[in-house]
Ligand binder design. Structure first.
Ligand SMILES: Cc1cc2nc3c(=O)[nH]c(=O)nc-3n(C[C@H](O)[C@H](O)[C@H](O)COP(=O)(O)OP(=O)(O)OC[C@H]3O[C@@H](n4cnc5c(N)ncnc54)[C@H](O)[C@@H]3O)c2cc1C
Ligand code: SF4
Length: 542
């Protein structure tokens, strides 16, 4: 099938690009493919949403019924000192990036569902349940489009009765908007050397739950952020969030930076401990957990942003790494990158002879937009945390951002990739996490159940190993196989084999598509590829 523009991924970046393209010209044919069973099914975010990009894209979003129903009314930040004590940080000492006046507490999944409706009204074709599995190239090396994955192939590679071959979608321009650690985006970066001369990319894993709480404890519009315990006790970095949405619901989660060194760290168990802290637990007692999920975030900042253009396409949103880590927000910047991309593609299509030619000015156009400038001013927040830890790093950020407005004339960086940071198990402290109480804290399997994750079982494993011996020979021996702990869905288990030895069992049907294994595996031996379309989590309003 031929289109002017094919977009991979119906997240904020992809959908904003699709809408903007059709606003600019109803002659441009636009198609979006989405691997989730429906738009929003794979979207997981906090989310406190900054409406800057939405105000530009749909100035009348209120009249159009956009699901932004809860303005932020209160902002609280805590430094959790230990399992029982926490200090509320006075407002005047909070970096201004963490102030949320004018923002909304939303479900990003629901916002994407609404954006998809707007895109369809503008004439965009959206195909949920179709994973882009392969990039197609012209003979001269330009990207020609994508192929969706075949369906109906058995685990042993044979065609089942249900076999349906994938489709080729050809386009003058293909926009990759797969979100953090995109499977195809990663290939595009490598093939075109887009990260040459750029800083090292960094990531975090965010684990989130949605609860319905006692109405007497609910304060719609309250935003709570925290740093310190429990991650600090485990030598890890990151922070927690708890947002009071509408309908007596709260969204809460913990983001663990994936630069941690101790292979015994378990982001999932850290989140279970986090919920037990009195500052958080007070809201959850008497409440009911509704949903669970996890997703990685790209947080390296503008110093790690690859070149975003290549012949035949562009890389946008968190697939490139447009998140503002100082704000822990990436939706507004992802949307803006999609809108700038749409304007660049529209201009290129309007100029004869430009079809598929590289839009070389796109990275600069994005960096010159308010979103790029915002990233630039707050570029030192993430590396400062890596260098000085959460508390001193935040103090540094306060000086850099509040006092110097991000204009200090240097750029910090952390050149060691997250997967290179682990220390051998023999040199690391074992961490004994408490057993779940089944009330506030839970185990992985009951959690994954709440993500409504579903994969066709008889299909090739989408968690591929470059070398099947590495998990036992290298990872287990040296690091006690950290995949057992960093995977938030219990996919990786070390079990006994029939000869009394050990083997890695991969429960691929539990995978919530967070991409942590693809990022943190110490030898980059695990490669996440797209499973059959529509497989994966089915998040409601995450
Ligand atoms: C725990 C957590 C909390 C966060 N909190 C906030 C917050 O409070 N505020 C904020 O602004 N931001 C927050 N973020 C960041 C924000 O969610 C992201 O920056 C934003 O979602 C990025 O948008 P995107 O469109 O680039 O990617 P995504 O939102 O990840 O969307 C990508 C889409 O592409 C689809 N896709 C991927 N690969 C393929 C493929 N090969 N074929 C077809 N479809 C594909 C995915 O299924 C998905 O629907 C948070 C993130 C996390 C994980
Ligand atoms: S297998 Fe990998 S991508 Fe899937 S849930 Fe586990 S860590 Fe995330």
């Amino acid at each position: 099938m031929e289109y002017d523009v094919v977009i991979v991924g119906a997240g904020p970046a992809g959908l904003a690009a699709a809408c903007r393209l059709r606003q600019l010209s109803s002659d441009i044919s636009v198609c979006v493919v989405e691997k989730g069973s429906e738009v929003g099914a794979h979207i997981l975010s906090g989310a406190v949403f900054e409406p800057t990009a939405l105000n530009e894209l749909f100035p009348d979003w209120k009249a159009l019924g956009a699901p932004l129903d809860t303005p932020v009314t209160e902002d609280e930040i805590y430094v959790l000192r230990n399992a029982s004590a926490g200090i509320k940080v006075p407002g005047m000492l909070v970096p201004k990036t963490m102030h949320n006046e004018g923002n909304y507490i939303i479900s990003l999944g629901n916002l994407c569902r609404w954006l998809a409706g707007q895109a369809e009204n503008l004439g965009v074709e959206i195909y949920p349940g179709f994973a882009a599995a392969e990039i197609l190239f012209h003979e001269d090396g330009r990207v020609k489009g994508i192929a969706t994955g075949d369906a109906g192939i058995s685990a042993s590679g044979e065609h089942k009765d249900s076999y349906t071959p994938g489709m080729e979608l050809h386009a003058k321009y293909t926009l990759f908007a797969e979100g953090c650690r995109g499977h195809l985006g990663k290939q595009v970066i490598k093939r075109f050397g887009l990260d040459t001369g750029r800083g090292t990319q960094h990531y975090g894993i965010g684990i989130k739950e949605l609860w319905e709480i006692d109405p007497g404890k609910h304060r719609q519009g309250l935003v709570v952020h925290s740093a310190g315990w429990p991650l600090q006790e485990s030598g890890a970095l990151g922070g927690g969030f708890l947002y009071h949405l509408e309908n007596n619901q709260v969204a809460l989660g913990l983001i663990t930076d994936l630069c941690y060194a101790n292979p015994f760290v378990s982001p999932f168990e850290e989140f279970q401990r986090y919920k037990q802290h009195p500052v958080i637990r007070q809201f959850l007692e008497g409440g009911k957990r509704l949903s669970y999920g996890a997703r990685a975030i790209t947080k390296g900042g503008p110093q790690a942003l690859p070149k975003m253009s290549f012949p035949g396409g562009l890389l946008i949103g968190c697939d490139a790494g447009t998140l503002n880590f100082a704000k822990i927000k990436g939706s507004h910047t992802a949307m803006k990158s999609g809108m700038v991309a749409a304007e660049a593609v529209h201009a290129a299509l309007a100029t004869r002879g430009q079809e598929g030619e590289e839009i070389t000015g796109f990275t600069d156009a994005f960096m010159d937009s308010w979103a790029g400038r915002e990233l630039q001013l707050q570029r030192n927040f993430g590396p400062a945390q890596h260098k000085f830890g959460n508390v001193l790093g935040s103090a540094y950020a306060f000086v850099d951002i509040n006092l110097f407005n991000g204009k200090l004339p240097w750029t910090l960086s952390d050149d060691l990739a997250d997967h290179e940071q682990l220390k051998p198990a023999a040199q690391s402290r074992r961490i004994d996490y408490p057993k779940p109480d089944g009330v506030i804290s839970f185990d992985r399997l009951s959690s994954v159940f709440l993500s409504n994750t579903n994969h066709e079982e008889d299909q090739p494993c989408h968690l591929t190993l470059r070398d099947p011996d590495v998990p036992i020979r290298h990872n287990l021996a040296l690091y006690d196989e950290p995949a057992q702990r960093y995977c938030p869905a219990g996919v990786y288990e070390i079990v006994e084999n029939s000869e009394g030895g050990k083997r890695l069992q991969i429960n691929a049907q539990n995978c919530v598509h967070c991409k942590t294994c693809d990022i943190k595996d110490p030898t980059q031996n695990i490669v996440w590829v797209t499973p059959e379309g529509a497989g994966g989590p089915n998040y409601p309003n995450m």
